[in-house]
Design a protein around this ligand. Sequence first.
Ligand SMILES: NC(=O)c1ccc[n+]([C@@H]2O[C@H](COP(=O)([O-])OP(=O)(O)OC[C@H]3O[C@@H](n4cnc5c(N)ncnc54)[C@H](OP(=O)(O)O)[C@@H]3O)[C@@H](O)[C@H]2O)c1
Length: 212
Amino acid sequence: MKVGVLGSGDVAKVLAGGFLKHGHDVMIGSRSAAKLADWQAQNPKGRVGTFAETAQFGELVVLAVKGGAAMEALQAAGGANLKGKTVVDATNPIADAPPSNGVLKFFTNLDESLMERLQRKFPEAHFVKAFNSVGNACMVNPQFKGGKPTMFICGNDDAAKKTVAGVLDQFGWETADMGKAEAARAIEPLCMLWCIRGFIRNEWIHAFKLLT
Ligand SMILES: NC(=O)c1ccc[n+]([C@@H]2O[C@H](COP(=O)([O-])OP(=O)(O)OC[C@H]3O[C@@H](n4cnc5c(N)ncnc54)[C@H](OP(=O)(O)O)[C@@H]3O)[C@@H](O)[C@H]2O)c1
């Protein structure tokens, strides 16, 4: 697939690297190409572009920017460039405030997730929440003694979720489809739970698994 990854942070770089590793064609996007000069040097097969060029390039688009800037980044990417496309939403609505006893603060509430806001603003894109509830070091083919971890996903479009489940399969994850966009109200806060162990114990290599 042609994959456009919006973002220049660790998550964007790690996921872009994962897509390259699995044989996809990748463009990664930022407001400032200079931020991605090292990534480009290390990944000569990948391309670097603006948010708009990256969204236009991708058949699949990955959103990996700061949660508070997600709307702005998608506006820069351009609604027309997202139309009909699957958008893997790895963002979390983390507020600009310090955690309290290791518990992050969100700028959303339990009746409205960030992904629902984005889906409402860009109704022709097919958002799928994924990769938000694990650290970037464990996103691509992680190895855990407890076996394959579970990625909780949700979104309104079944075909888009199938595409993302295929990606997760390549990236070494089990997929648990939790339903429509509203489920992001529960999946986004998994990031808070995941981070508590990091803040309190300084342990950052772990993931969730759904046992049935
Ligand atoms: N860090 C992790 O391990 C982890 C794990 C799971 C999920 N997440 C989530 O994944 C997302 C990315 O996290 P990250 O740590 O890689 O990076 P980050 O520091 O949260 O975000 C950096 C990105 O945000 C963009 N950005 C910031 N302000 C902007 C604005 N005003 N307008 C447009 N874009 C703006 C930057 O764009 P430019 O490139 O143009 O500067 C950059 O690409 C976040 O939502 C985070 O909560 C992170």
